[in-house]
Structure formats: C-alpha cells, structure tokens
Design a protein around this ligand. Structure first.
Ligand code: F1P
Length: 364
C-alpha cells in the first residue's frame, strides 16, 4: 500500500464532481420521466437491490413515497426472486425499480425475470453501466456512468445512484430537481471538513463495535454506513432505527463502542436524547447533523441545511465512507479489496429455476 493512493480514497474524494454530472442526467431526463410515469400510472413502486444497492433501495423507497404519495417499499432482490407471492400485490400495477451498480448481479437479474414472468408491469433500472444486462432488459434506465469504480466496495457509485433515485422521486413528485445542483458544492465543503475529523476517529483503535443509527429517510444510509465499516475495515458494526436502540441493543454498549447518529431534522430532539444516554454508558458519540451541535463530548459533522431534505441523504455518505476508510488504513488493510468479497456476486441461474419449481405453493 505504501505510496499508492487507494482507489477507494480517490473515489470518495471525486464524488462532488461525479454528482454534478449525475444531477445533469436528471435535469435532462425530467420531462421524459414525468411523461412515462403518467402514461404508466402505477399503483405502487417496489425497489430492489443486493447489499449496498438493497440499502440504497430502502432510502429510495422512503423518499419516493414521501415525495409522490405512491406506496413504495424496498426488498432484497433475492426476496422477490424466492418469495414473490409474499411481496407483490395482486393488482399487477407495480413498477419495479431495480438498482445495481454493475447491472449484472444474478439475484437482481433473476428477480427482474421472475417479476416479468409473473406479469409485472414495467421495470426501470438505476445502474452505472449502460451496456449491462440490467440496462438492456429494463424499459427505462438511469445511468450514472461517471460513477463507475475500480474498488469493490461501493462509494461514489452508491451516492450517485442515490442522487438519481432522489432526482427520480423529485421529478415525479413535482419538486425542483435543479436543487440537486447544490449537492456538489455542499459535498466539496463537507469532505474537506470531515476528512481530518474522520481520520482522527478512524485512528482510535480502542473501538471494537460501531453502531449506526438512522431513521426515516436515513435508515438505508445507516445500513450502508454499517456495511462500509464491516466490509472495508472488518470491524463489528450494526445499524438500527434510532429509538429501536433502547429496546435491547443498548445492552451491549460499553467503553469500546462508538455510536454514530445520523440525525433527521424532524426527529432531532428524540434522537439527540437517545445519543445523550449513550455517553454515561461509556460509548463515544459521533453525530452527523443538519442541526446545531449537541452539548457534551460529541464529535459533530455539520451538514448544510440549504440542500432540501429530500436531497440531503446523499450528504451523510462521505463522512461514513471516510470513517470506514481511515479505520481500514489504521488496521493496515487494503480498502480496495475487502476480504472474501467480489465486486459482483454471480451465481448459476439454474439453481433458481429448480427452486421455483419446488416452491409453486404459497404460505397456506
Ligand atoms: C451488489 C453487491 C455490493 C457489494 C459487493 C457485492 O452489487 O452486493 O453491494 O458491496 O460488491 O455486490 P450490484 O448489484 O450493486 O452491482
């Protein structure tokens, strides 16, 4: 590693420039997206993905429903593939949005196939590869081509595909998608301030467990922070909805824990109260917040409130990625090549054909 800057670091730092490019895609496509949506008139939207892109789907679904009023949910692609009868409604008017950096993950492709075989209405894709199998099979694709990556763990691809999902929701929901253009400048300033802070925290080797708390629009982002920490730095990490943390997980908090709170403006008071309860248990606290800093011994990463709330989830990502990155470097691990992990999980599709035959029944 000596002397060579890891791809992951370059990919984290290049996000603002890539976001500028990606925001332009939404602005250019807005009129077409709106027209296609209106012609389609779906009664619900289902977002799918695997790993990072499943977590991205979680946040995308919440934003989509909040801006458009159309019921939306997220499931892992494998759940749609293996248990479609537990997930799809009977109207046949669900729009499937499949998210995959590579566009070649077997479970995602097979889930799309299964959805179509069951008479699914339409499939849209969010990916980084215009020539991928997913883009080829989708009825409409949003492609963050400049967000493609060398490293295995998703960083700029995740934030850029999330930006596309935010833009999609804002377009259909009648918001000003031009506001996405504020993200690059905000991201630039954020990365500059968060870097030394996260380097400091990442170097504190005494921590053994990292808890990522996020609710509402931010639960999927908290899950992604947890996954980055796990796959890059091989550290024990878990994610929870904020107030769920008191209902059991708090039992394992101690002096070797770090609790990372992704604060939502709408729930600031109750989320802060919970974070405040962690200090007497010995935990260190890091807050990423659009509000003023908390009292007490807390590391604060401050986010701008100029970016609208529906676009802001993207901004929570760079500090989380930097935290995982610096922890990885401190552990003398290579952030570009997580242990036991490939950039894409490719399986033999035949195994799913066999499973389908065996699972013809329902829960009854
Ligand atoms: C999904 C994914 C990644 C994970 C790993 C394996 O890939 O599970 O989230 O970090 O690299 O693949 P994709 O379908 O988004 O390409």
């Amino acid at each position: 590693m000596q002397g060579k800057i890891p791809h992951t670091f370059n990919e984290i730092n290049s996000q603002p420039a890539v976001w500028a490019d990606t925001a332009g895609i939404i602005t250019a496509e807005a009129a077409r997206l709106k027209a296609v949506w209106q012609a389609l008139n779906p009664d619900s939207v289902l977002f799918i993905g695997c790993g990072s892109t499943y977590y991205l789907s979680q946040t995308a679904a919440v934003i989509f429903q909040s801006l458009t009023g159309t019921p939306s949910r997220a499931v892992p692609a494998s759940e749609l593939l293996l248990f479609p009868e537990l997930i799809l409604n009977r109207s046949g008017r669900t729009l499937l949005v499949a998210i995959s950096r590579s566009g070649t993950t077997t479970e995602t492709l097979q889930a799309v196939k299964r959805f179509r075989n069951l008479g699914g209405l339409t499939v849209w894709a969010i990916t980084c590869y215009p020539e991928s199998d997913l883009a080829a099979t989708a009825d409409l694709s949003l492609v963050a081509e400049s967000a493609q990556e060398e490293s295995v763990a998703q960083t700029r691809s995740f934030s850029s595909m999330l930006l596309l999902a935010e833009g999609l929701a804002a377009t259909i929901g009648g918001k000003d998608v031009g506001l996405l253009g504020q993200l690059p400048e905000a991201g630039e300033a954020l990365i500059a301030t968060a870097k030394p802070q996260m380097e400091l925290v990442g170097n504190q080797k005494e921590f053994e467990t990292f808890f990522f708390l996020g609710s509402g629009l931010l639960h999927g982002v908290a899950n992604e922070g947890m996954l980055k920490m796990k796959e890059m730095s091989l550290s024990h990490s878990q994610a929870f909805h904020f107030l769920e943390f008191r209902h059991g997980p708090v039992s394992v908090v101690g002096e070797r824990s770090m609790v990372i709170g992704l604060l939502s403006p709408a729930a600031l008071a109750s989320e802060r109260q919970l974070l405040g309860e962690m200090a007497p248990l010995g935990a260190a606290i890091l807050e990423i917040t659009p509000g003023p800093p908390m009292d007490g011994e807390v590391q604060t990463v401050q986010l701008t409130t100029r970016v609208p709330a529906w676009a802001r989830p993207v901004l929570y990502l760079p500090p989380l990625q930097l935290l995982a990155y610096y922890r990885t470097i401190a552990q003398k691990l290579n952030p570009d090549s997580p242990r036991h992990l490939n950039a894409v999980v490719q399986l033999d599709p035949a195994q799913f054909a066999a499973q389908k035959a065996g699972l013809a029944g329902t829960v009854s």
